[in-house]
Write a protein that binds this ligand. Structure first.
Ligand code: PGA
Length: 249
């Protein structure tokens, strides 16, 4: 069976002391689950989160990283820096990185390549904009994002990849794709991977849904056969909401 994952993307939220408190709450409230549970605090709090969660059932992910090993890249963070504090998973390609920081598929392909070569696991985010959904081009948009950033990777690298379909119109808006829309796109994604690689690779890859997942809709979304969990933004900042979403898988 495919691995199921619920990951909380904390974005630019929570100071150090707030991070400690939220992690303590999460540790106290986490339900028994077969799914892997991850949180992605901001860079400055990753080391403390990694220490606090050592040996616990909750893992830690970074929200981004640079493609170079080291060097003159003011303000950036390398794979080795993450690995040195026990962070082995990184979110790449989030729509906010694409929209506000100009990250395009070519840059993301370099970041993915670097993370793969460093042995990291990547949660790769992609998804269409509202006008693309309205124009009916969402399947092509997603195909192009995957092709440009991922489909040059060797098959072996797919063991390190988790996909996260996040329709941009559903992120932080309260607007969710219906479980049917999520399933339809996830099946399309699996098909694209099967065609680019093999059906076995497609069958094995975990595909998360992200975009306004809340305790009230998580169960329906997660019940779909090609939805293997969620990438949770806003609702991951509240321990009761996030643990209720974990319980729904
Ligand atoms: P949201 O964010 O759950 O607040 O919509 C999801 C995400 O950006 O990963």
């Amino acid at each position: 069976m495919r691995k199921q994952i619920v990951a909380g993307n904390w974005k630019m939220n929570k100071t150090a002391s707030e991070t400690e408190s939220l992690l303590t709450e999460l540790q106290g409230m986490l339900p028994d689950t077969h799914a892997e549970v991850l949180v992605a605090p901001t860079f400055v709090n990753l080391a403390l989160a990694s220490r606090q969660l050592e040996g616990s059932a909750i893992g830690v992910s970074a929200q981004n990283m640079h493609f170079a090993d080291s060097g003159a890249f003011t303000g950036e963070i390398s794979a080795d820096m993450l690995l040195a504090i026990g962070v082995e998973t990184v979110i790449l390609g989030h729509s906010e990185r694409r929209e506000h920081f100009g990250e395009d598929d070519a840059l993301l392909a370099k970041k993915v390549q670097q993370a793969v070569s460093k042995g990291m696991r990547i949660i790769f985010c992609f998804g269409e904009l509202l006008d693309q959904r309205k124009a009916g081009t969402h399947f092509e948009v997603v195909a192009s994002q995957l092709k440009q950033a991922l489909f040059d990777l060797p098959e072996a690298a797919w063991k390190q990849l988790v996909l996260a379909y996040e329709p941009v119109w559903a992120i932080g808006t309260g607007e969710t794709a219906t479980p049917e829309q999520a399933q339809e796109m996830h099946a399309h994604i699996r098909n694209l991977v099967a065609n680019a690689y093999t059906p076995a690779v497609a069958d094995a890859v975990t595909i998360l849904y992200g975009g306004s997942v809340k305790p009230g809709n998580a169960g329906d979304i997660f019940s779909k056969p090609d939805v293997d969990g969620g990438l949770i933004g806003g609702a991951s900042l509240n321990a009761a909401d996030f643990t209720a979403i974990v319980a729904a898988i």
